[in-house]
Design a protein around this ligand. Sequence first.
Ligand code: XIL
Length: 461
Amino acid sequence: MRTSRTSLGKRLSALCTGAAAVAALLAAGTTAHAADTPLRDLAAAKGKVIGTAVTGSKLTGTYGDIAGGQFNSLTPGNAMKWGSVEPTRGSFDWSEADQIVAFAQAHNQQVRGHTLVWHSQNPSWLTNGTWTQAQLSSLLQDHITTEVTRYKGKLAAWDVVNEPFNEDGTYRSTLWYDGLGADYIAQALTWAHAADPSAKLYINDYNVEGVNAKSTALYNLVKSLKARGVPIDGVGLQAHLILGQVPGTLQQNIQRFADLGVDVAVTELDIRMQLPADSTKLAQQAADYKAVFDACVAVTRCAGVTVWGFTDSDSWIPDVFPGYGAATPYDENYAPKPAYSAIATALGGTSTPPPTGACAATYSVTSQWNTGFTGQWNTGFTGQVTIACSGAALSSWKVNWTYGAGQRITQAWNATCTQTGAGVSCSNASYNGTVPSGGSVTFGFNASWSGSNPAPTVSLG
Ligand code: XIL
């Protein structure tokens, strides 16, 4: 399916009364929508970071447009982990990490390095080896020094140590804790600081969003590191949350870390629900996203929020939590979900949330807003229509419109289109008639034009 260069904004819709019912609407340039002000601009106005985890190989087309356009910070989802950068001892692969850093620089974005010291996603040569304490210590020092030096001056922050605690606040038994003792954390921070004094150094963990035993252990650790003069700049709250379970003490917890004199970042936000998604769950999710952003906005030292993947098509949740998903602000086809509007609202934007219980068709001339490419040349243009449903579903669809300026369809893909006079009718292909609640389908076409090329009003029947 052609999904590149989808125009995000501009949707308006009417209620579906059933699978065959009419929802309608239109497009280009007439309807206010949250997407009209990118999240990164809203966040910047509040002095906050809005980040996303990314996969380097996907940074083109619509994925690249959204990653570059909506976010002012990127975190490599996997590319900087030890197992990714040094799969064989002494042989390094920086390709994906370098690519993400270059993309971020080209889009005027920060990069959050993730992660240097962890019990997971380490290379097998490391985890399968037998090491003395001295060997283990120098392996870790070399790793940190090599990686941090490579990106020296280019990263805003590093998640230096990831997930050091158990749920009860004791230290997790890991290669590092077991081999080096609890002070591996202070050493790692010290080595990282020596390699790049300008990067903000964080300890990052999950289930530390609210006030609880684990976050209190982290609090006590940060306090003692600060007292010892160990370079610690911030605390990362991963925030892999479950629908309806944003801790009520989130803001209070952020504030208590801030009061220790460190920054706080929400580093890996996603809010998972049991599948299938429906309009009630998506509305709850929107409220949950808003609660997290509100808490960060309320505390000056909360640096910002990074989502762990911005689209449901690039989320780790379905792989790791069977039966759960739909955890990010955009659906699998890059249509913004209610959570997207909630984030915009929390960041001070005005937004028109997608209606519930509706399917809508959105017409646009394909454009790549960030390069100025309009998808239109002197005699022709490429356009697309996205049919999206929320709280309703379709098993087949037909989209109709009437061209007002003599445009003529010459070719279509992912739909069968016919044009009689000015009237165009496009129906689903054999393989894309189904549009589930929370899902969308896009088809594309080429057409000719002359004089002017106004967007028509489209109807979904
Ligand atoms: C996850 C990635 O998103 C997946 O692609 C990978 O298979 C496993 O790791 N906490 C972290 C992240 O700090 O590094 C994890 O990322 C998610 C949980």
